[in-house]
Design a protein around this ligand. Structure first.
Ligand code: ADP
Length: 161
């Protein structure tokens, strides 16, 4: 059976940490759908369309990766896509508690869907979209943290170009 995995998240914006997880998931699963959560309760820097565009550009050389967005419950989206595997990255112990809670509620909602966790690459264990935004806001270089196209988009947002 071909395994279709979904990597859900905010990706506001995509970082090298995300890209590492996406690439490694694509090495393991047949298809990987990177799904941007259209979450009205967060106050994103980039629109969903911009986040999708950046994700498409930075994953264009990975043939089994698709980029999409979703609203509402992840479990409903998984059914709609006929996907059975959720992939999440784990950075620190602080991620663990929240991830355990989400994976547990998802299993309660549908026990045919499995959540897989991938440990962060040590190089990126400190990296998050929030940190990147904080650094870019004060006009410091984020070139080691995000792909060049994302760096350019951040510079535009923060009025540097
Ligand atoms: P969310 O708001 O759902 O946590 P994010 O965009 O922050 O969305 O993250 C999406 C996924 O990528 C999550 O599983 C998160 O743990 C993972 N991730 C983000 N940054 C890193 C990183 N540096 N290393 C490993 N995984 C990461």
């Amino acid at each position: 059976m071909a395994i279709k995995a979904v990597c859900p998240g905010s990706f506001d914006p995509v970082t090298y940490g995300h890209l590492d997880i996406i690439q490694r998931a694509a090495n393991v699963f047949d298809t990987v759908i990177v799904a941007v959560l259209n979450n009205t309760s967060k106050n994103p820097l980039f629109t969903v369309e911009q986040r999708i565009e950046l994700l498409k550009e930075v994953t264009k050389d990975i043939p089994n990766v698709e980029v999409d967005s979703f609203n509402g419950l992840l479990i409903d989206y998984m059914k709609q896509k006929q996907a059975n595997t959720i992939v999440r990255g784990l950075r620190a112990i602080s991620d663990f508690e929240y991830e355990l809670q989400v994976a547990s509620i998802n299993r309660k909602l549908d026990d045919s869907i499995e959540t897989f966790f991938m440990m962060t690459n040590n190089k990126y264990s400190y990296l998050s979209s929030s940190i990147v935004k904080e650094v870019a806001k004060y006009h410091a270089s984020v070139s080691d943290l995000v792909p060049p196209i994302v760096e350019e988009a951040l510079m535009k947002k923060y009025g540097q170009i």
